[in-house]
Design a protein around this ligand. Sequence first.
Ligand code: SF4
Length: 176
Amino acid sequence: MIKLRKILDKAYEDINRLNLKKRCNQFSNLNGCCKWDYSLISSEEESEISDFLEKNIEIYEKVIENKKNESTCYFHDKINKKCLIEKVRPICCRYISYKIYEKEDCFKSCSPTNPCQKEKSTVISVSKEDVYVESEYIKYIILNNEKIYFIDDKSIPEYVEYKKNQNIKLSKVINK
Ligand code: SF4
């Protein structure tokens, strides 16, 4: 996991350098990923988050309050617009808008031009022939004459391994 995070962090830094504009802050978007309950984590991440909550009682209490009152991710701090478990937030939350996913007949990614909007998906499909390789883990598309870079996590063997254990819903971390 530590090795995978290092690889993804390096890819994330490279993309921030290559892409001219920051597209998504990755951890405080209630219109986007923090709104829906589809994030999957590994048991290692689950333990990490549980340990963190055990050591940070104030945060734990906020999370429990959120859980009672909200339908969105209960780790989201609505007042400060940030993730309460930022340091230990799972991989699915860290890089999502930086990733491009290869499907059978196309690639999919978060739109680099449209920010998430309530109830409206901003995922775009790109034909396979319109996705180019920059380096080992990084691919790009061309939009309005601009290259937009993404992490292709399937080309990271450590990520492929991690995916095999990514089978717990983030929303099940707290079961009270
Ligand atoms: S854990 Fe944090 S970043 Fe991930 S969905 Fe919840 S609030 Fe958002």
